[in-house]
Design a protein around this ligand. Sequence first.
Ligand SMILES: Cc1ncc(COP(=O)(O)O)c(C=O)c1O
Length: 397
Amino acid sequence: MKDLSHIAQSVHASTTLTIDAMFKQMKADGVDVIGFGAGEPDFDTPEHIKNAAIAAIKDNFTRYTPTPGIMDLRQAAADRLKADCGVSYEPTQIVVASGAKHSLYIALRTLVNPGDEVILPAPYWVSYRELIEMVGAVPVIVTAGEAEDFKLTAAKLEAAITPKTKAIILNNPSNPTGMMYSREDLIALTDICVRHDLYIIADEIYYRLVYDGAVFTSIPSLSPEVKEHTILVNGVSKSYAMTGWRIGYAAANGKIAKVMSNYLSHSTSAPCSIAQKAAVAALCGPQEGIRAMQAAFQERRDYLVSRMNRIPGVSCIKPQGAFYVMMNIRPLVGTTLHGVKIESADDFADALLKFGLVAVVPCGGFGAPDFVRWSYATSMENIKAGLDRLEKFFAEG
Ligand SMILES: Cc1ncc(COP(=O)(O)O)c(C=O)c1O
């Protein structure tokens, strides 16, 4: 038989989903394991959102909708971006897709040709690299270390640009680091992008999950030139605990929005009609649920960070957003724990899962080989027990 597509075969399984699957399998097998791999809020979707979906079904709102989404939802997304991010889009500039991940894929499809370079700051969310490669483009990884708060600097960005550079992906606040760019940071980076005529894919899916009163700046709000160069990606998954509903959206200039919509029309068509109605309720309804979720996340982050930094051998910096903490395991590399030689974050995560019964995500696949990611989208009780286990793992190792 002829070989399968090279591009498709080079796609790796998602590390985050792999760990999550192992964790779920161990749980199903009755093993008492605690998981810190989750990339989704552990809260339930609010009642008024669920009720909107139930009403949609009862009203037989169950047929195809226009490809880029129902006008109510495009208007609701535009209104929310205006209210929360200070950026104005016409509803026709909003393109709804089946999750923000799909919006990112379509954004890349729309912008790049095979062989184009896309700058990707590391640590990066594992899917970005695969998505770039899936469209035949070349990821140019620029590492932003812990000493730089995991934030790309203007100098590093400028140095990575070549005549083939077409775009950059900026994720703010970041998965996996939880770090947030300030307005000044973003001005410095986006000035360079505009000067070199680069497109910016701004993934702002965690924008509501920021702590300590930090002020979030949305990239397209910086200037009309920056806005023109940006495809903004957002969605309801993280802010409204709606990961399973699969609604994301992109906002961009009219030409980009049209191309994205055309591409969608021949791939998925519109997202689920019922989930679209639920997303309208999420974006237009009461927003108090987000504040409660934010407060719970902040309390968990504070506990996790302060206790982790008291455990010898590991450390972390305090992130301002999302729900992840990067634990530095560099001092452990070369040591032996529970008979396992620790050469990498993968070895550490494996040993911690087997001998400590704690599931964390090794960040080799995120371009950060000395780190493991802890998600605090889990109860305080689990966080306390997980850290007890980490201490015991070291004490007995
Ligand atoms: C940075 C980032 N962007 C996008 C997504 C995907 O969101 P959605 O569930 O809406 O596809 C995730 C999910 O983990 C994420 O972490």
